[in-house]
Write a protein that binds this ligand. Structure first.
Ligand SMILES: NC(=O)c1ccc[n+]([C@@H]2O[C@H](COP(=O)([O-])OP(=O)(O)OC[C@H]3O[C@@H](n4cnc5c(N)ncnc54)[C@H](O)[C@@H]3O)[C@@H](O)[C@H]2O)c1
Length: 256
């Protein structure tokens, strides 16, 4: 009988987009389960909630832009220097939603911006973290895709296409690391009660209350619920789970 399921004791977890709703909830839960947290977010991000949620001795905050390769190299280096050289967990999570516009009106520069963060940022994180984990012979990666990576939504060409790409990157990396002690999975959250969802609802000219009626479970998810999925996938309990996507969406994407 496992006495301490899902413990993350002694592990170092690197989280991008850590000042956001899901990143902060994940950092808080992983820290409570014993991990040290290296929290990456962009210059100017508000880290107050993160600093409140994670004890200071378990937290290193690093300012970096995930779209810039030199910056990614620096955050990986800073992560290794923070807590003894290892990166056991990588939650590759930074993302932006972009505008909500029909494809004929969707500006190319906005499309490129969404891809820069959601695809290039995820790619660069993998490019620089995977070799560290392979050298260690262990590690667990959880990429943040979305229900938008499994199905379409009108007005969200940039976001949907970028989240499909995260699924592709997950599958490629899973095969590259399989059998070498490293795993790479992705999560596909549905609407989560958060700033990002608020912004998308405003863009679609709808409200949370109205949209919740379309979710079979009848409500939006909570960042803490997503955090529990990420922490499980990052834990040794998930040792045979590799290359998989994991919906957490109140049955939304199977409902149509
Ligand atoms: N909120 C939802 O409903 C939902 C649903 C499905 C998937 N997701 C995905 O989960 C992830 C986290 O979402 P969230 O709700 O916490 O969003 P959020 O906006 O609260 O957090 C995202 C974080 O990423 C950071 N970030 C953006 N660009 C960056 C860059 N270039 N470099 C470094 N950091 C950068 C932001 O500053 C922010 O703190 C995203 O990838 C999002 O697409 C969210």
């Amino acid at each position: 009988m496992d006495q301490q399921p899902q413990t993350l004791s002694g592990k170092v977890a690197l989280i991008t987009g850590a000042a956001g709703a899901i990143g902060t909830a994940t950092a808080a839960l992983m820290a409570a389960r014993g991990a040290k947290i290296v929290a990456v977010d962009i210059e100017g991000a508000d880290t107050a909630a993160l600093e409140k949620a994670v004890p200071g001795e378990q937290l290193k905050i690093v300012t970096a832009d995930v779209t810039d390769e030199a910056s990614v190299r620096d955050y990986v280096k800073a992560a290794r220097e923070a807590f003894g050289g290892r990166i056991d967990i990588f939650h590759n999570n930074a993302g932006i939603e972009g505008p909500v516009k029909p494809i004929g009106d969707y500006p190319l520069d906005e499309f490129k911006k969404v891809f820069d963060v959601n695809v290039n940022g995820v790619f660069l994180g993998l490019k620089h973290v995977v070799p560290v984990m392979l050298e260690q012979g262990s590690g667990a990666i959880v990429n943040s895709s979305s229900v938008a990576g499994l199905s379409g939504a009108p007005g969200m060409s940039g976001y949907n296409a970028s989240k499909h790409a995260v699924l592709g990157l997950t599958r490629v990396v899973a095969l590259e690391v399989a059998g070498k002690g490293v795993r790479c999975n992705c999560i596909n959250p549905g609407p989560i009660d958060s700033r990002m969802m608020d912004s998308l609802d405003k863009g679609r000219d709808t409200t949370q209350e109205a949209r919740e009626k379309g979710v079979p479970e009848g409500r939006y998810g909570r960042p803490e619920e997503v955090a529990r999925l990420v922490a499980f996938l990052a834990s040794d309990d998930a040792e045979y789970i590799n290359g998989a996507f994991h919906s957490i969406d109140g049955a939304l994407h199977v409902s149509t």
